[in-house]
Design a protein around this ligand. Structure first.
Ligand code: CUA
Length: 362
């Protein structure tokens, strides 16, 4: 019976509000996301009332006036009263919904007077965060091991995808997000904050939030962006203002230390040691630890023409990637020191070009 189905749907919607899972929207934790949730519930209940009245009238007519009762159908032309009613009543309902909806939309789009600006860039498959004017930027890499994901999936368990570096923001602060992408279209989504914006290469979308309570807020890339789309979590950590300031100062110090490393005089030995480590972390998954490749997408490095010959072309490929292959641009993903160390290592490790040193200054 349709009413049984409708009852079941209502029970699901209401019941889930108290369960760990939900078929409803996530209730918000900010002024804006609470407005969005309230708006959603208001419109939901208006629709329920309309649905009950419309379907009620329909089923009542169908059942009460079915053929076996022998009643004749009414037969009349136009009714001004009915026509006015069915124009004015829906119009009034739409206006009632449009007023709070417009108010909320204006609030969502007002990114002015932000106190902290963060550029969010989508990569296949991780997020990059840059604190504008603060000299702090980093990648947020997935750290949940694949084996763990597969094991838990096989058992039907729920699990959280963890990252090495969450996006850290202070509470009670208007934070503006400038959202873009470096390769394909992604989408940055944190349901509890009601922030969901497409991250489009060459284009900047804006959004903002003001979180009140310290805590971890989780989201996910929500635009199909390739094979690891499902493994591109968003983790936002809201800290108290003092904790945030301490964190920011620490990150700035680390950035300054990194710059110092860039300008220091490196020896061949130091670069080779660092280069081997960085190579194993960044390159060896595709080019193999011994420099063998996986052709055609990842050519061998050992004995390759590029490693033997043109140092500039070699740097260019590592820095900017190589179109037509799966070689990504590592210029933004690795520090200048690690880049220089990797190139030095690759040029020396397999006896291609012994003694050829590339320093961070190059
Ligand atoms: Cu990035 Cu989906």
């Amino acid at each position: 019976h349709p009413r049984v189905w409708m009852g079941l749907l209502l029970w699901l919607a209401l019941g889930s509000a108290h369960a760990q899972w939900t078929v409803n929207m996530t209730p918000g934790v900010t002024d804006v996301s609470r407005s969005v949730f309230d708006l959603h519930m208001t419109i939901f209940w208006i629709c329920v009332v309309i649905g009950v009245i419309v379907f009620g009238a329909m089923f009542w007519s169908m059942i009460m006036h079915r053929r076996s009762t022998g009643q004749k159908p009414a037969h009349f032309h136009e009714s001004t009263t009915v026509e006015i009613l069915w124009t004015v009543v829906p119009l009034a309902i739409l206006v009632v919904m449009a007023i709070p909806a417009t108010k909320t939309l204006i609030e969502i789009y007002d990114t002015s007077e932000s106190e902290l600006d963060i550029q969010v860039t989508g990569y296949q498959w991780k997020w990059h965060y840059k604190y504008l004017g603060q000299d702090v930027e980093f990648f947020s890499n997935l750290t949940t091991p694949r084996s763990q994901i597969n094991n838990r999936e096989a058992k039907g368990e729920h699990y959280l995808l963890e990252v090495d570096e969450p996006l850290v923001v202070p509470v009670g602060t208007k934070v503006r997000f400038l959202i873009t992408a470096a390769d394909v279209i992604h989408s940055w989504w944190v349901p509890a904050l009601a922030v969901k914006k497409d991250a489009i290469p060459g284009f900047i979308n804006e959004s903002w939030t003001r979180i009140e309570e310290p805590g971890i807020y989780r989201g996910q890339c929500t635009e199909l962006c390739g094979k690891d789309h499902g493994f591109m979590p968003v983790v936002v950590e809201a800290k108290s203002k003092e904790d945030f300031d301490a964190w920011l100062a620490e990150r700035k110090e680390a950035a300054a230390a990194e710059r110092e490393l860039t300008s220091k005089e490196w020896t061949m030995e130091e670069l080779m040691t660092r280069g081997e480590k960085a190579y194993v972390t960044a390159c060896a998954a595709c080019h193999q630890p011994g420099g063998e490749g996986l052709p055609p997408m990842f050519p061998a490095l050992k004995g390759s023409a590029i490693a033997k010959g043109d140092a500039e072309a070699h740097i260019d490929i590592v820095y900017n990637g190589k179109p037509g292959t799966s070689m990504a641009a590592f210029g933004k993903q690795l520090s200048p020191v690690d880049l220089a160390a990797i190139i030095t290592y690759e040029r020396n490790a397999w006896g291609n070009n012994v003694g050829d040193m590339v320093t961070p200054k190059d």
